[in-house]
Design a binder for this molecule. Sequence first.
Ligand SMILES: Cc1cc2nc3c(=O)[nH]c(=O)nc-3n(C[C@H](O)[C@H](O)[C@H](O)COP(=O)(O)OP(=O)(O)OC[C@H]3O[C@@H](n4cnc5c(N)ncnc54)[C@H](O)[C@@H]3O)c2cc1C
Length: 390
Amino acid sequence: MKYEFTIFGFGISAKITSCLLARNGFSVCLISDKDQKQEISNTNLVTFLSRGSLNYLSSMFPKTKQFEEHPEIDSIHCELNSLRGNKPQSIKFNDGEKQNLGKIVKNTDLEKYLDQEIGQLRNINIIHGSYPSMVENKKDEIKLKLNNGEEIDTDLFIVSSTKNNLADLISIDFIKKDLKKSAISIDINGDIKNANCAFQKFTSDGPLALLPYSKNEASIVWSLKRDSKLLHKDNEELLQIITKHLSEQVSSIKMTSNEKHKLQFVYAKNLVYKNTVLLGNIAHNIHPIAGQGLNLSIKDIALFVNQIKKYKSLGYKLNDQMVLEEFEMKRKIDNTAYSFGTFLLDDIFSSNNNFVNYTARTGLGLVEKIKNLKQLFIRSATGEDFYKAL
Ligand SMILES: Cc1cc2nc3c(=O)[nH]c(=O)nc-3n(C[C@H](O)[C@H](O)[C@H](O)COP(=O)(O)OP(=O)(O)OC[C@H]3O[C@@H](n4cnc5c(N)ncnc54)[C@H](O)[C@@H]3O)c2cc1C
């Protein structure tokens, strides 16, 4: 079979990309790397979708207005405990004039919505439970041979699966590092003092975030060293410890689910190799400390689709190398800054060294005082400038 785009993967990034390309009239083959019976994810993970990502998705998918009832996050409050027992240093993004910074959305809700969209688009063909066993990157197209024997010719091959290691087949180098950390994601309901505020406390065990997605429901994400005893506490004990840390933010909370996630750092040195493009976590799997992983991928996808549309209308081929190189170059700085920046931030804020702790407190104090600097961080995290320039 011949398609303009073939996408391998079945996560949020693969689904957003398929829908956007199909909506623009392209023929899309979506190869799911999941067993068909397990295609509906059942994770309790949530995503802080920045204002930029949300506005972009709402303009592309008008029905995402279903997230309208989610509370707007209008402030982000970070608090850093001192090793010396001084008063905690805190920083509030947006405590002055309130503006929408984004919303917290359950990943399963986003996926369910995307599945419905995919179901309505006739130019997406889904191949279930398969993977490419041979990738032949020719000058003007790609030939794929799947493990079930099926053969596909495609103008562009988009890799978005982190499950099967395609690295040897696609000739792209990755920087990979085991962060030796795991995150617990806990769903709670109870009394949330301010459902419009995302709160992050840098405890000596690691960053603990409270992410409200309704008036009385929130996700708690705690990134911990992999040898942390907290990872082995029973639910009741863990909830007690968390309630103590978040006593000013929540009360009477009940845990509805608890999951563990191994944290790994992955950074692809290139997003493009000949007629292959990487989109999603496969291109940059970053620490969740700044809540930017999916937001970065949505920026990549938005720019990619825009470039393809723009240059196609000017008569360029879909896999014109100049077009693909321009896409890669335009995303390099943002992706590199967030990938390595979040890596460093986590190291600094979870350090038990007095000097590093003092420096981090001083740094936070400075950012808190300099209004323009704070505004710069907000503009970057909301993706405002990026989407304006798109
Ligand atoms: C604790 C935590 C909190 C986060 N918070 C935020 C946030 O607030 N804001 C934000 O923007 N981002 C956040 N992220 C990142 C965000 O969840 C990811 O960027 C996003 O889910 C990646 O989607 P994806 O489709 O690109 O990749 P993936 O979800 O990795 O999916 C890619 C493909 O890989 C396959 N796959 C991967 N692993 C497996 C497996 N084990 N078994 C079967 N198939 C598999 C899937 O089927 C899919 O086809 C967070 C991540 C974590 C771990």
